[in-house]
Design a protein around this ligand. Structure first.
Ligand SMILES: *Cc1c(COP(=O)(O)O)cnc(C)c1O
Length: 405
């Protein structure tokens, strides 16, 4: 019998063997046979690339789908190394690195929609994705319908239109953690001739998107791979050669790339991602268990707990759990009381983002919006990101917070 704690950490622990090897120079490679090589690839900076003659330049330009470049804006060698590594971890055909997680969301939507088209986006999506759909996508003539993230197959079928080009998914949902039935969404989307796009940031390495019918997977590498709150980066991964060519062309046309230092830091962060996240997942499990027993807590929105919407899909599809969840207080508390508690915490920094080594808290109530009635918890709520802190310190801090509440 595996305990819950082992279950949430298992997928991260299994990644270690892969993470320490991928995307590094091979000392047996011909170019290193006479000289040896450093363990890690160098950071390579540059805009202009020089060629011995025009034919070579043209040939390299034509091979752009093979991660080559004739100019720095098409990516540096370290960016291309990172792209190959992310494609393996996500289990896809190929990956394009972009400047941020948000750029991964927007570039993806721009690549697979066109004027007169329609997209379906879950009501639980990351706020800036919603703003992009409501402003720029709309301005370009693409209409968006928001759907309930726990929608049934029949419900989704009823929302599909002849011009529906993409079904977007984000699982679990931002702040409210609904785990979506990705295989079902994929089958309905494909029946209607649409692609399924998934923001897989929480599930990176512990949910294999392409095994469940996803066409395009989006990552904010800022989170787990970066891991130290010192880098902003995004990735888009696809399953087929056709989609890869569309994506690579779109990224080049939009001038989407990332600086070599960001890519290098992310490759470095990936080496320890499995170890960090296994520890964070175990601490998260124990802190969430403790919180569940507190009389002031109404609900914990954490996919490994049966009370979380879509828990059965987490159980079915994920090999581990992320260090991020939401605590809903009893409805007898007001928002001001919750904010006093949040302000009083000393081990949790107040700040956006997550996935780094430090623990964070951010109010859900007052911080996010939803279109659908009943989509937000009844009581005031806040989201916790668990870092590398000791569990006892975090629990002591929360206990003191409840005393002040
Ligand atoms: C953080 C986040 C993003 C945006 O990533 P940035 O790199 O901060 O732009 C997108 N989607 C999800 C689910 C995120 O958590």
């Amino acid at each position: 019998m595996t305990t819950g704690e082992e279950r949430v950490a298992a997928g991260w622990e299994r990644l270690n063997a892969l993470l320490i090897r991928l995307g590094r120079p091979d000392p047996h490679d011909d170019s290193f046979r006479q000289t040896g090589t450093l363990v890690n690839a160098p950071v390579s900076r540059g805009s202009t690339m020089l060629f011995p003659d025009l034919d070579t330049m043209r040939r390299v330009g034509a091979e752009r789908y093979e991660h080559t470049a004739i100019y720095g804006a098409m990516g540096s060698p370290v960016q291309h190394d990172l792209e190959r590594v992310i494609a393996v971890i996500e289990g896809g055909r190929d990956t394009q690195i972009v400047s941020s997680g948000l750029a991964a969301c927007t570039t993806t939507l721009l690549t697979w929609t066109s004027s007169g088209g329609h997209c379906l986006i879950p009501d639980s999506c990351y706020g800036p994705t919603r703003r992009f759909a409501d402003t720029m996508l709309r301005r370009f003539g693409v209409e968006t319908t928001y759907y309930e993230p726990m929608i049934s197959a029949d419900g989704l079928r009823a929302l599909m239109r002849p011009n529906t080009q993409v079904v977007f998914a984000e699982s679990p949902g931002s702040h409210t953690f609904e785990v979506q039935d990705i295989s079902m969404l994929a089958s309905v989307a494909h029946d209607g001739g649409a692609r399924l796009l998934l923001d897989n940031t929480w599930g990176f390495g512990i949910f294999m998107p392409f095994d469940h019918g996803v066409d395009v997977s989006i990552q904010a590498l800022t989170k787990y791979p970066g891991g130290h709150s010192d880098v902003i980066l995004g990735a888009i991964t696809v399953a087929t050669e056709d989609d890869w060519q569309m994506l690579r062309d779109a990224a080049i046309q939009l001038g989407q790339l990332a600086g070599p230092d960001e890519c290098w830091l992310t490759l470095r962060g990936l080496r320890t991602m499995g170890v960090r996240l296994a520890r964070q997942a175990r601490t998260t499990w124990r802190v969430a268990q403790w919180l569940k027993e507190q009389p002031d807590v109404a609900q914990i929105l954490y996919p490994p707990f049966p009370e979380c919407p879509g828990h059965e899909f987490w159980e079915r599809d994920f090999t581990g759990a992320g260090p991020l969840f939401t605590v809903v207080l009893n409805a007898s508390f007001d928002r001001a009381a919750m904010e006093r508690m949040v302000n009083s915490l000393t081990r949790f920094g107040i700040g956006a983002s997550w996935g780094g080594y430090e623990s964070l808290v951010l109010p859900t109530t007052g911080g996010i919006s939803r279109s659908m009635n009943g989509a937000l918890p009844a009581g005031p709520a806040f989201r916790l990101a668990i870092g590398l802190d000791d569990e006892a310190d975090l629990i002591a801090d929360l206990r003191e917070g409840f005393r002040r509440l």
